[in-house]
Design a protein around this ligand. Structure first.
Ligand code: FE
Length: 298
């Protein structure tokens, strides 16, 4: 009976881990959102996905279930930490990744407890006299991972954008050098150098949750999900901004085309272009880069 229970637990944990890694590999919006916030999109997402795959495989092999459960519990404690801090997405009924993380975390802890003898054996083998090299290797790996986390936290605090505000609506006119200090490279490229992300690669082209889209450079409220529509162009498409003053327009004759550029009404960041092939009632299509918008769930 106990054996059947352990097997059910192993299979449930592994299957849910495989589901969360499927979300990571297919760029599920919640997954992308979390990794964007912690500044590790896309490599962190893929890397964690690979670790989840390893954990799932280890859990399914009886001799390594304990190690797999330990890895899974570690990964999920990280995920839960992000969900519970300002870095994470809002925890509510829709947070499927949060629910998965809780299930995997709890079942991994149970598996860890059931396989405690396996782990004790593994630890004593690593740390037994004469096997100093593995112990040193493990301590170094641990120190290295801590350093990486610390580096990453430093990177994030250094990149705080002092012009971002959800409440201040006063106009911002500062030099590009100043923007460069406050925006990350990708956002700067779109906002100030009028770059364009590749079609179908952005975070929001197929994103239809209810909420608000803000300018990523300054926090200005630009579009609502009610004003967004499904377009096959590969970029988030809206038929109207929140207010006529949310955005402004300029003629764009770059690349031999005559287009109308859409900019943020507060900070003049380049957002995208406007075309006349949208749906009613406006018949306009605001074709916007995902990189320069931030989504705020309702
Ligand atoms: Fe802006």
């Amino acid at each position: 009976m106990n054996k059947i229970f352990i097997w059910i637990l192993r299979i449930v944990t592994a299957v849910i881990l495989l589901q969360t890694l499927y979300f990571k590999f297919t760029a599920h919006p919640q997954s992308v959102e979390i990794f964007t916030r912690i500044g590790l999109e896309p490599y962190g997402r893929i890397g964690i996905g690979v670790l989840e795959l390893i954990a799932a495989v280890l859990i399914l092999i009886p001799a390594t279930s304990g190690a797999g459960a330990m890895l899974a519990a570690g990964l999920m404690s990280g995920a839960l930490f992000f969900h519970f801090t300002s870095l994470g997405i809002v925890v509510d009924g829709d947070s499927i990744l949060f629910i998965y993380a809780v299930i995997v975390f709890v079942s991994s802890l149970i598996l860890l407890f059931l396989h405690r003898n396996q782990l004790i054996a593994m630890i004593s083998r690593i740390f037994k006299p004469g096997n100093l090299s593995s112990a040193v290797l493990i301590i170094f790996t641990f120190l290295f991972s801590n350093c990486t986390t610390a580096q990453n936290n430093k990177y994030m605090s250094d990149n705080q954008n002092k012009y971002y505000s959800k409440t201040d609506t006063s106009k911002i006119t500062v030099s590009n050098d100043e923007w460069k200090k406050n925006l990350d490279e990708k956002v700067y490229n779109i906002a100030r150098e009028k770059g364009t992300e590749r079609a179908f690669t952005g975070q929001y082209w197929n994103h239809y949750e209810a909420g608000l889209y803000r300018c990523k450079a300054c926090g200005n409220a630009l579009f609502r999900s009610d004003g967004k529509f499904e377009s096959s162009c590969g970029w988030p498409s809206f038929f109207e901004p929140i207010t006529p003053q949310s955005v402004k327009y300029a003629e764009d004759k770059a690349y031999g085309m005559e287009r109308v550029e859409v900019m943020c009404g507060r900070c003049d960041a380049h957002l995208g272009h406007i075309f006349d092939d949208g749906p009613p009632p406006t018949y306009k299509r605001y074709c916007i880069n995902s990189v320069i918008i931030d989504f705020e769930k309702k």
